[in-house]
Design a protein around this ligand. Structure first.
Ligand code: NAD
Length: 485
């Protein structure tokens, strides 16, 4: 890899050293979305690299199998420590390639490290079961074995954490992983690779447990690898459309699959909610990562008696957001990832306004370098508008109203997605109804941020299936074996 702006990137960011340098390859440019400048050239891996990585991964699994649960835990704990030791390098790299404010990039780095610590702790607790056959036919022993080589495909919005949720449980369970990072943001993942390879070497574990395969040919990569029966699992975080393609591809070799897909989270505010709490959580649920979050609040549903005040106070909070280059301390909103994403968001806003919505702030693309889009607040959204059906994935809040609890729940659930939902009320009965009746894999009650390494993250309906984090997360990488004796 040639760094064109290496004075700012943390020095040495190698390509996976096993990629054969004698084979001529194209490269692609990683762009800083805040400056629109190329910051690195990354070699575009191709099918020889992918298949070679799989062959090496298969061998690595055998080599790694004698490692005890405690040894695996120690490896993961060491990775946690090394990531934390280089937190600033990770944060700067991530901000430069993805745009998020440095403070959030530091947070994502710590969260990434935490997944390694958590799954290190889980490596020594992989459960089994013993029972006697009720009919006295013998003993039943249930064990768990590693699934086998895993392909992990990750998005650009959380360039490190989305990979960490897959790599850490895979290594804890005993599986090798091939990671394909998003082409927009491969640098943080390459840096993570460097850290993990160093730790594996220190523990005399096979470096081939992890391969990182940046490429611009995502479709060809998944097709090639998934057509190979040696690959046993696909774990994907990204859009529902791509998730469906991968599910079709997984049918051929019946690879196990985890699909963390898109969302359309409702954020319901009941009449008796603590409004200040709801507003600060609204900012968190909407504006974290510039709104480029699968669990971002996509639709604010506010009781009609307080919707006016909610909208006004939300707009005041949005006025205080500081938009700029994420590397500058004090920035609270960075650029969108690409010009195309910014334009998509703007088209969604324009279409909604043309259909009659009111703009309280924002709604215009600023004339400045970088793919910036301002905090935007809209109300009076026409029923059935596309902005209510699709993921906005940007700093745009839409406020709609309801008059009864039944109507709130019905509107909240009126989506094909089912990833996250948020609800606010000071009444225990109302909270209970929200907890039971909101149709989502994750429900936040009086909270705007519920992601936690110790909790199962994942969705229902078109948001996919499978869970990451928690004690459930490692199960995705384990097959169940029953031994009758
Ligand atoms: P995307 O689906 O376009 O891309 C995700 C990854 O898939 C990238 O690495 C991309 O290169 C790769 N990809 C694209 N086409 C492919 C193909 N045909 N075969 C194999 N791989 C392919 O999504 P995106 O725009 O990068 O990310 C945003 C989406 O991710 C949003 O929908 C968001 O909700 C979702 N997301 C979900 C979660 C979750 O945990 N549920 C978390 C973060 C993001």
């Amino acid at each position: 890899m040639t760094l064109t702006k290496d004075q700012q990137l943390p020095g040495d960011l190698p390509l996976d050293p096993r990629v054969d340098a004698s084979v001529a390859r194209d490269s692609f440019t990683v762009v800083n979305p805040a400056t629109e400048e190329g910051i690195a050239e990354v070699v575009d891996t191709q099918s020889d690299d992918w298949l070679d990585a799989l062959t090496r991964a298969v061998d690595a699994q055998d080599e790694y199998s004698p490692f005890t649960p405690r040894q695996r835990a120690d490896i993961l704990r060491a990775i946690y420590e090394e990531i934390m030791a280089r937190q600033e390098d990770f944060a700067r790299t991530m901000t430069m390639e993805m745009g998020k404010p440095l403070v959030e990039a530091r947070g994502e780095t710590a969260n990434t490290a935490d997944y390694f610590r958590w799954f290190g702790e889980e490596a020594v607790r992989i459960p089994g079961r013993y029972a006697q056959s009720p009919a006295g036919a013998g003993d039943i022993v249930v064990t768990r074995t590693p699934v086998g080589p895993v392909l992990a495909i990750t998005p650009w919005n959380f360039p490190l954490a989305m990979g960490a949720r897959k790599i850490a449980p895979a290594i804890a369970a005993g599986c090798p992983v091939l990671v394909k990072p998003a082409a927009e943001t491969p640098l943080s993942m390459l840096l993570l690779g460097q850290v993990i390879w160093d730790v594996l070497e220190r523990f005399s574990a096979p470096r081939d447990l992890l391969h990182i395969l940046p490429t611009t040919q995502a479709g060809e990569l998944s097709e090639t690898l998934m057509a190979d029966p040696r690959l046993r699992k696909i774990t994907f975080t990204g859009s529902t459309a791509v998730g469906k393609i991968l599910m079709r591809q997984s049918a051929e070799n019946l690879q196990r699959a985890s699909m963390e897909l898109g969302g359309n989270a409702p954020f319901v505010v009941a009449e008796d909610a603590d409004l200040e709490l709801a507003l600060s959580c609204a900012m968190q649920a909407k504006m974290r990562n510039g709104g480029e979050v699968c669990v971002a609040a996509n639709r604010f549903l506010v009781h009609e008696a307080i919707a006016g005040e909610f909208t006004e106070r939300l707009t005041e909070k949005m006025n205080k957001v500081v938009m700029g280059n994420g590397l500058e301390e004090g920035t609270t909103l960075g650029p969108m990832i690409t010009a195309a994403q910014r334009d998509r968001i703007h088209a969604l806003v324009t279409e909604t306004v043309e259909a009659g919505a009111t703009v309280h702030r924002g709604g215009e693309v600023p004339e400045q370098t970088g793919y910036f889009y301002p905090p935007t607040v809209l109300s009076g959204i026409p029923a059935g508008a596309r902005i209510l059906r699709e993921e906005i994935f940007g700093p745009v809040a839409t406020v709609s109203t309801f008059s009864t609890l039944d109507e709130a729940i019905e509107k909240a659930n009126d989506t094909e997605f089912g990833l996250a939902a948020y609800a606010f009320s000071e009444n225990a009965h109302t909270c209970q109804r929200f907890a039971k009746e909101l149709a989502a894999g994750m429900v936040g009650i009086n909270r705007g941020m519920i992601t936690d390494i110790a909790a199962p993250f994942g969705g229902i309906k078109q948001s996919g299936f499978g869970r990451e984090g928690g004690i459930e997360g490692i199960e995705e990488y384990l097959d169940i074996r029953y031994i009758g004796s």
